[in-house]
Design a protein around this ligand. Structure first.
Ligand code: PLP
Length: 391
């Protein structure tokens, strides 16, 4: 029998994909056991009816044929305007490529920047798909740890030490899984290493509208970085449009042209009526973004209030995104053991830190994605469970 290409059969690196606790929770639910799921990064609200109305109008109005491969001009213009306004970097249509979500943007960006066999750096802890995405383009996925002791801010010296043979560095701020926002100092240091080691910087900014504390800085706005930075954006998190599959890449015009050529040979673009809906959503400005983000801002406050009443679990300051990372090392358990025991004994599912890389060992990630009252109950139970373990 012909064999599957190793590019795909080795995509997950042969090890665990980190989703075991999640899968077990889903099996328990299927068998009739109710489980409170604080696992995946998906809103508990659906896409706003006004966006759906725009989608319906566009589809019924006939925007159902092939759309322009790099994206419809009006949406590319809207993204360019948004980026210019929010970062101060002059950005126009030829700097923007519309993609089927941020995930496809990550893949295309790495295919465009990493020659086969070169090293693609990424920061650990990381969003679960990163290593597979980098392997998928034929690069050698190389993690650079960001340590808990350093507030999960990456250090330029660690990146520099790993940079020999590397073509690119992938960063993500606001960060999934830690909820940390990289400081200006961190980003300036990263920019200096990228320039010194001639690296492309791929900056995953899909949580850029969910800022609870501090400031989000796009590294593309730092001196001489626009020419070597590709920014990944998405409507998934900002507008609760995860299923619509619409995102973008912002970068230098010449590389965007190549990525558009890739899309001609892969996705053939994004459905026109989805792009019209995304355009409508962006035209609503921050009002819709704030509405979508509000439940997470609220639950973050609830989290702080609950955690302030105990002293066994330490909360990594959740500056942004829809997650909180909790340091449970005082319990003596690994993140994995803690998550498994919590699921078995209290029917609450969280993600082990280890699912997001070695640097997050001894931590758990809590997604703030269930209704407030259930969320409070789950978090309180989790804290009580940790306290019992520490007795
Ligand atoms: N990047 C990060 C950090 C994410 O957390 C996610 C989804 O959870 C994505 C990218 C991909 O999002 P999408 O493909 O829905 O835009």
């Amino acid at each position: 029998m012909p064999v599957v290409s190793p590019t795909l059969s080795n995509l997950t690196g042969g090890g665990s994909d980190g989703w075991e606790v999640f899968m077990r929770a889903r099996q328990m639910i299927a068998a009739g056991t109710p489980v409170l799921e604080l696992t995946i990064g998906e809103h508990d609200i659906r896409t706003d009816p006004s966006i759906l109305a725009a989608m319906d109008k566009a589809a019924r109005g006939g925007h159902t044929g092939y759309a322009m491969v790099p994206g419809i001009v009006k949406l590319r213009e809207a993204v360019a305007r948004r980026v210019t306004e929010r970062t101060g970097v002059p950005t126009s249509v030829e700097n923007v490529m519309i993609t089927p979500g941020g995930q496809a943007a990550l893949f295309a960006s790495h295919l465009a920047t990493c020659p086969h066999g070169s090293k693609a750096l990424y920061i650990d802890p990381y969003y679960a798909t990163y290593p597979g995405t980098l392997r998928g383009v034929g690069a050698v996925a190389a993690p650079v740890p960001a340590h808990a002791e350093n507030g999960f801010q990456p250090r330029a010296s660690d990146i520099d030490a790993a940079a020999t043979g590397a073509s690119s560095l992938l960063i993500n701020s606001p960060n999934n899984p830690t909820g940390v926002i990289y400081t200006r100092e961190t980003l300036e240091d990263i920019a200096e290493v990228c320039k010194k080691r001639d690296l492309w910087l791929i900056s995953d900014e899909v949580y850029d509208t969910q800022i609870w504390q501090g400031e989000h800085i796009s590294p593309r706005s730092l001196p001489d970085m626009a020419e070597r930075t590709l920014v990944i954006g998405s409507m998934s998190k900002s507008h609760a449009m995860t299923g619509s599959r619409v995102g973008w890449i912002v970068g230098p015009a010449n590389i965007i042209a190549h990525i558009s050529n890739l899309a001609t040979h892969t996705t053939y673009g994004v459905a026109g009526f989805i792009q019209d809906a995304a355009l409508f959503a962006l035209e609503q400005g921050t009002a819709l973004e704030d509405k979508v983000g509000a439940p997470f801002a609220r639950r973050r406050e609830l989290t702080v209030a609950i955690l302030n009443k105990q002293n066994h679990i330490r909360m990594i300051p959740a500056d942004g995104a829809m997650y909180v990372m909790l340091d449970i090392r005082e319990t003596g358990l690994s993140g994995e053991d803690f998550a498994n025991q919590l699921l078995d004994t209290h029917h609450i599912a969280v993600m082990p830190g280890e699912s997001f890389g070695a640097a997050a060992a001894g931590h758990i990630r809590v997604a703030m994605t269930i209704a407030d009252d259930a969320y409070v109950e789950a978090l309180q139970t989790l804290c009580d469970f940790a306290a019992e373990l520490c007795e």
